[in-house]
Design a protein around this ligand. Structure first.
Ligand SMILES: [Zn+2]
Length: 334
């Protein structure tokens, strides 16, 4: 079995001077053919599938704004829409569904949904943070509808996955872990965000410049007990390449080798608990070079072939996060 991917670049979802732009894929696109992974065609999600997570009023509201007012700003982040954005967002969500179903059916061993607009900030009743519909959350619900009893989502985009957390606060069949820079957009994601769901909703707020060494400790001391206690049958990964040290809008410290390490760690957990069933879902990442190198590193882990091509270690000193990691373990009872 092979690794497959969907590619939804949404060239008409674009706004002047906005970092979430089609150009994010400029370095990646010509490299796609060198990865040992097969392209599968993304089918657009239906309104009913979007409604697994989102209120019908949000869905019809986004459609109406796109048709009648676009281009428009629909949230302070700012989140924008153009005339094509409703269809683009349906195809992005559908690209994740297509990957998830390919893995569930056994057609593929694992998958990577390379889609935009991203999704993890979108809450059930509102689009926010450059995100229109919550692609990964919709796919998790779809996996439950297709027979999975427990699905875990690990989010290592630089920002807190507030939308995914909101979607599953009361859903015992989905576990969510977000590791992110503390103190930046959207301002949520502190350790104690979800006291009613300790162990199942896990937040890992990190200080600026946390990089490869800190994330390796986070993977070993938090990802491992999180997955071991929940025992999911499938893992979805919200991967954002904005935790790279040279991302223009955040201040973390991962390198491309760090992204390879993280992808290998979550792959190993999927092998141990989920018969290898894992789908990577692109979220943010605003330097096109980092997106291309991060995708390459993730494909290297997913296919078991190749390695991180870029040698781009962070020039910044990492903070000591031992006490923070211990605090998170203690709060969650790991
Ligand atoms: Zn982000």
């Amino acid at each position: 079995m092979n690794t497959v991917y969907t590619f939804v670049p949404s060239p008409n979802h674009v706004y002047p001077d906005h970092p979430e732009r089609p150009g994010r894929f400029d370095v990646l696109t010509p490299r796609l053919k060198v990865f040992d992974a097969g392209l599968i065609e993304a089918k657009p999600a239906t309104r009913e599938e979007i409604a697994y997570i989102h209120h019908p009023k949000l869905i019809s509201g986004v459609e109406k704004v796109c048709k009648e007012q676009a281009p428009a700003i629909i949230d302070y982040a700012p989140t924008y829409v153009t005339q094509s954005s409703f269809e683009d967002a349906l195809l992005a969500a559908g690209g994740v569904l297509t990957c998830t179903r390919a893995v569930l059916s056994g057609e593929a061993k694992n998958a990577f949904a390379l889609v935009r607009p991203p999704g993890h900030h979108a809450e059930p009743e509102r689009a926010m943070g450059f995100c229109i519909f919550n692609n990964v959350a919709i796919a998790a619900r779809d996996a439950l509808a297709n027979g999975m009893e427990r699905v875990a989502i690990i989010d290592y985009d630089a920002h807190h996955g507030n939308g995914t957390q909101a979607a599953f606060l009361g859903e015992e069949r989905v576990a969510f872990l977000s590791a992110h820079q503390w103190g930046i957009y959207p301002g949520a994601g502190w350790i104690e965000d979800a006291p009613q769901a300790k162990k199942r909703i896990v937040n890992v707020p990190l200080p600026a410049y946390a990089g490869d060494q800190v994330y390796e400790q986070v993977a070993e001391k938090i990802f491992v007990p999180f997955i071991a206690s929940f025992k999911p049958q499938m893992i979805l990964v919200s991967v954002g390449f904005d935790a790279h040290w040279s991302d223009p809008i955040t201040l973390l410290g991962l390198s491309s080798a760090g992204y390879l390490m993280l992808a290998k760690k979550v792959m190993a957990l999927a092998e141990e608990y989920c018969e290898g069933k894992i789908v990577f879902v692109l979220e943010g990442g605003y330097d096109p070079m980092n997106v291309a190198n991060g995708v390459a590193a993730t494909f290297a882990a997913a296919t078991g072939k190749g390695q991180a091509e870029a040698n781009d270690p962070s020039p910044n000193k990492e903070p000591d996060c031992e006490a923070r990691i211990a605090e998170i373990r203690q709060w969650n009872g790991f």
